[in-house]
Design a protein around this ligand. Structure first.
Ligand code: 6PG
Length: 262
């Protein structure tokens, strides 16, 4: 791991603003170096305020990035139609992609309307093609955005599911017992190949799992977010006070607090 940083904010609003600044910084750097930027978006609810900030005409981010050079992927997806209100694609389309006018050819969604195995195989093929990644090679995203559930899952790497095997797969379609459905997800190997990872974790309900993930014993099967540890990448944890309340790191109570480099 190149750099691991944890920063705690007094609210989701300040957390999201910090995420937008970091997203913009990484995107501008990558676009200046290679004229492209490949990002895997997170689903759920936490990232909505980041996406709205990035697309907001009254904020500086929208005009700071050459959006036509950005390719959008998803770290995971539910096995639902793309217009379902459960769809991570739909959430990002409504809060980010449509407001920015992102062309379809820059949007690489999971075909989650297909059966899980077919959708997974299709995304694996899409990733290998885009990143020119032959068998045994893992795509290196410029940035992967992640959230964390109250059970310590991230993307769709859930506790006690068969997603932790070390293999050359880029994606998985695990059956998640508690939902009684399959999910679609990038594998830990692909996530850990990223150059930059930003976790956004907010809310009281995450506090217990977050302490286990960041400061507890290694129990990957119980707290899958522990597996996210990019050997050749930067990982930034952006937390709000409520989620960070059980952590031992020092923090001030202003909008942006000190960060802890490990
Ligand atoms: C999903 C996400 C998932 C999410 C966490 C946190 O498909 O739901 O990818 O991993 O990031 O469940 O969700 P919230 O941000 O809604 O708390």
């Amino acid at each position: 791991m190149l750099n691991r940083e944890i920063t705690v904010f007094s609210s989701l609003e300040y957390l999201s603003r910090a995420a937008a600044k970091k997203f913009t910084e990484i995107a501008r750097t990558k676009i200046s170096h290679k004229d492209s930027f490949a990002v895997a978006l997170a689903g759920g609810s936490t990232p909505k305020s980041l996406y709205k900030l990035l697309a907001d005409e009254n904020e500086p981010f929208r005009t700071s990035i050459e959006w036509e050079k950005v390719s959008f992927f998803w770290g995971d997806e539910r096995c639902v139609a793309p217009d379902s209100d459960e769809s991570n694609y739909r959430m990002a389309k409504e809060t980010l992609l449509q407001p920015l006018g992102i062309p379809t050819e820059n949007i690489y969604r999971w075909k989650s309307e297909l059966d899980p195995a077919t959708a997974a195989a299709d995304y694996e093929k899409l990733l290998r093609l885009y990143f020119n990644a032959a068998e045994g090679i893992f795509p290196r995203f410029d940035l992967i955005l992640l959230g964390m559930g109250a059970d310590g899952h991230t993307a769709s790497l859930f506790p006690q599911t068969d997603v932790f095997a070390k293999n050359s797969n880029l994606v998985a379609a695990p059956l998640v017992e508690k939902f009684g459905t399959h999910r679609l997800t990038l594998t830990p190997q692909v996530i850990n190949s990223a150059e930059n990872i930003i976790f956004q974790v907010a809310g009281q309900d995450k506090a217990n799992a977050l302490r286990e993930v960041l400061e507890g014993e290694k129990q990957i099967e119980n707290y899958p977010s522990q597996i996210i540890d990019p050997p050749d990448g930067n990982i930034l944890w952006l937390l709000d006070e409520a989620a960070a309340q059980n952590l031992t790191i020092n923090r001030s109570y202003e909008n942006v607090s000190g960060s802890l480099k490990r």
